[in-house]
Write a protein that binds this ligand. Structure first.
Ligand code: ATP
Ligand code: MG
Length: 564
C-alpha cells in the first residue's frame, strides 16, 4: 500500500517533536539547523535525507538552515566537491541564503580554544605514535592506560602546541589530546585526539596551517559559533555525543547546541559510502560521479529523477531512531508518481521495424492530434506526422504469436495510437530469414484511433513516421548492483556489480521535437518508460537515458511463467 507523501510530511517525527517543544517552552526563539557535509565527494541520496530534514525543519518552524562545510581534512577535500555540493543542495530546492560557512573559517578560534583547554589542564601534547595511542586506548571491555606524557607541565604542552603550529615537527610525531578519562566506558572519552600535524595544503586556507582539528574538536564548536540550536546527525555520532557535550561544557562557547541522532538511510541494491563511490569513479566502473547509475544527487539528476520525487521520497520514509533498509522500489515509486503527473508523452522506437501501409497514398503526410498527457487533459495535444512508411517496435510484432500476445501478427488488426487501425498482410524477410518489413493496410474510417462500427483491437502500438524520425542513442539503466545487499556476508562488493546495469542502444528513432528537449527535462516514451536527454547529446545526435521503466504487465506475466 502506498501512503501519500503530503500527509506524511505533516506528521511529526521525534525530532520535530523536540523542536516544537523547545519553541513552546521558550528554550529557543528561532530554530537554527545546519547541513554539514565534508567536501570529500559528491552528495548521495542519503545526504538528501539529511538535507530535507535539516532544511525542512528550518522551513516548517520559521527558522534557518546553514550550509557548513566540515573541511578539516585537507588530504581528501577538493574545490570540485565544494562546488558540486552547493549545486546539488540548490537543485534539491533548498537555500541557505547568506549562511554559507566553512569549519576552516573557525581555525583561529578553534586553535585559541585548544590553547584555553591546555591552560585549564584539560588537554596535553602527547608524543606517542598513532600505534601506541591505539594500544594505550584499551578495548571495550578493558580500560586504557595513561600516556606517559599525560601529566607533562602545562607550560610544556603550550610551548609544544605552538611549535606544532609553526611547523617544527613532522606529521604524526605529536598530537594534542583532551585530558578526560582513560578508563571511561565510552572509548571516545579516553583522551581523544583533538589536533594532529598535517603538512598538507588546504583548498581554502592553503599553507597557513599544518595542524588541523579532528572532527570532534571542530563540529560542536562550529555549531556553537553559529548558534545552531539542533545539531541533527546520523546514529554513528551517538557515541560521540558525550565528547560533544564535554567540549561545549569546558570551553567558553557562545551558545549550547543540542545534538540529536537519527537513522541513516540505507537502500537495497545501493551502496551509500563515499569511499566506495570514489572507488567506482576512480576505477572507471562508472562514467563519473554523475553516472546515471550512481546514487549521487548528480547521478540521479542525470538519470532524470526530478528533485520533487526525491523530496517526496524523503518525506515518505520519515525519520527514525533505529537503522533499517529501504526498498529501492520505494524511491522509484516516488519518482514515477511525479513523472506520471508531469512528464509529457512522446513517441520513440528503440528497436525499429518498418511498416509500409500499402493502401495509404504515397507522399501524403497527415498531422495527427495526440494527447500530451492522458493523465492531465490540460497538458493539451500535439501534432504528430503520419505517412505511408512508419516504424514500430520490433517487439510489437510476432510471426507466430503465443496466447496472450495481443499485438501485431499476420492477419491481425491493431490500433496505432491516435492514428489508424492497421492490419498486417505480409511479412518481408531478408536472405538470412530476418524480418525486415511488414506490409499492412489501414482503415481510413478509424482516423484518430476509433472505429465507427465499434471494433476494438486488443492492442495499441506507438509508432513514428519514417520521414520524420530522428536517430538517437538510448542508454537503458538498471540497478548498479545485482543483489539487494551488495558486499554482505563478506562478499567482494565489486563482484556484486550488475554487469547489465547499462545497455547502450544505437539506431533508436525518436520524435523529432525531442531534439529541442533541454537536459533536465524528463518525458515518457509511450509504452517504454521515462527518458531524459543526457549531457553527452550533440546536435543531430541526441542521447537519452532511461530514467525508469513503466510498470509492464506483460513482463510481469512472463516473469510469473504464464504464456509468453
Ligand atoms: P559517507 O559515510 O558516505 O562517507 P559521511 O557521513 O562521511 O558519508 P558527510 O559529508 O560527513 O558524509 O555527511 C554530511 C551529513 O550527511 C552528516 O550529517 C551525515 O550524518 C549525513 N549523512 C551521511 N550519510 C547519510 C545517510 N546515508 N543517511 C542520512 N544522512 C546521512
Ligand atoms: Mg562524515
Amino acid at each position: 500500500m502506498s501512503i501519500e507523501p503530503s500527509t506524511l510530511s505533516e506528521r511529526g517525527d521525534f525530532i520535530r517533536e523536540i523542536v516544537a517543544a523547545d519553541l513552546r517552552d521558550g528554550r529557543h526563539q528561532t530554530i537554527v539547523t545546519r547541513f554539514p557535509p565534508e567536501p570529500n565527494g559528491y552528495l548521495h541520496i542519503g545526504h538528501a535525507k539529511s538535507i530535507c530534514l535539516n532544511f525542512g525543519i528550518a522551513r516548517e518552524f520559521g527558522g534557518r538552515c546553514h550550509l557548513r562545510f566540515d573541511d578539516t581534512n585537507p588530504i581528501k577535500e577538493e574545490q570540485e566537491y565544494i562546488d558540486s555540493i552547493q549545486a546539488d543542495v540548490r537543485w534539491l530546492g533548498f537555500d541557505w541564503g547568506e549562511h554559507l560557512y566553512f569549519a576552516s573559517d573557525y581555525f583561529e578560534q578553534l586553535y585559541d580554544w585548544a590553547v584555553y583547554l591546555i591552560g585549564a589542564g584539560k588537554a596535553y601534547v602527547d608524543d606517542l605514535s598513532a600505534d601506541e595511542i591505539r594500544e594505550y586506548r584499551g578495548a571495550l571491555t578493558q580500560p586504557g592506560r595513561n600516556s606517559p606524557w599525560r601529566d607533562r607541565p602545562i607550560g610544556q604542552s603550550l610551548d609544544l602546541f605552538e611549535r606544532m603550529r609553526k611547523g617544527e615537527f613532522p606529521d604524526g610525531t605529536r598530537v594534542l589530546r583532551a585530558r578526560i578519562d582513560m578508563s571511561a566506558p565510552n572509548i571516545n572519552l579516553r583522551d581523544p585526539v583533538l589536533y594532529r600535524i598535517l603538512h598538507a595544503a588546504h583548498p581554502r586556507t592553503g599553507d597557513k596551517w599544518c595542524v588541523y582539528p579532528m572532527y570532534d574538536f571542530a563540529h560542536g564548536q562550529s555549531d556553537a559559533i553559529e548558534g545552531i540550536t539542533h545539531s541533527i546527525c546520523t546514529l554513528e555520532f551517538e557515541v560521540h555525543r558525550p565528547l560533544y557535550d564535554w567540549l561545549l561544557e569546558n570551553l567558553p562557547v557562545p551558545s549550547r547546541p543540542r545534538q540529536i541522532e537519527f537513522a541513516r538511510l540505507n537502500i537495497t541494491y545501493t551502496v551509500l559510502s563515499k569511499r566506495v563511490l570514489l572507488r567506482l569513479v576512480n576505477e572507471s566502473y562508472v562514467r563519473g560521479w554523475d553516472d546515471p547509475r550512481m546514487p549521487t544527487i548528480a547521478g540521479l539528476r542525470r538519470r532524470g529523477f526530478p528533485a520533487e520525487g526525491i523530496r517526496d521520497f524523503a518525506a515518505t520514509i520519515g525519520v527514525a531512531k533505529s537503522d533499517s533498509v529501504v526498498e529501492v522500489g520505494q524511491l522509484e515509486h516516488a519518482v514515477r508518481n511525479v513523472l506520471n503527473r508531469i512528464a509529457p508523452r512522446r513517441f520513440a522506437v528503440l528497436a525499429p521495424l518498418k511498416v509500409v501501409i500499402e493502401n495509404y497514398p504515397e507522399g501524403q503526410v497527415e498531422e495527427m492530434d495526440v494527447l500530451n498527457n492522458p493523465e492531465d487533459p490540460s497538458a493539451g495535444t500535439r501534432k504528430v506526422p503520419f505517412m505511408r512508411e512508419l516504424w514500430i517496435e520490433r517487439e510489437d510484432f510476432m510471426e507466430s504469436p503465443p496466447a496472450k500476445f495481443y499485438r501485431l501478427a499476420p492477419g491481425r488488426e491493431v490500433r496505432l495510437r491516435s492514428a489508424y487501425f492497421i492490419t498486417c498482410r505480409e511479412v518481408v524477410k531478408d536472405a538470412a530469414g530476418e524480418i525486415v518489413e511488414l506490409r499492412c493496410t489501414y482503415d481510413p474510417a478509424t482516423r484518430g484511433g476509433d472505429s465507427p462500427d465499434g471494433r476494438r483491437p486488443k492492442a495499441t502500438l506507438h509508432w513514428i513516421s519514417a520521414g520524420h524520425a530522428m536517430p538517437a542513442e538510448v542508454r537503458l539503466y538498471d540497478h548498479l548492483f545485482s543483489c539487494p545487499d551488495p558486499g554482505a556476508d563478506d562478499r567482494d562488493l565489486f563482484a556484486d556489480l550488475n554487469p547489465d546495469s547499462e545497455k547502450v542502444l544505437l539506431g533508436c528513432l525518436v520524435d523529432p521535437t525531442l531534439a529541442a528537449l533541454p537536459v533536465g527535462e524528463t518525458v515518457q516514451f509511450e509504452r517504454l518508460g521515462y527518458f531524459t536527454p543526457d549531457s553527452d547529446s550533440t546536435t543531430g545526435r541526441p542521447v537519452f537515458n532511461r530514467t525508469l521503466t513503466l510498470k509492464d504487465t506483460w513482463a510481469k506475466l512472463q516473469a510469473q511463467g504464464k504464456q509468453g
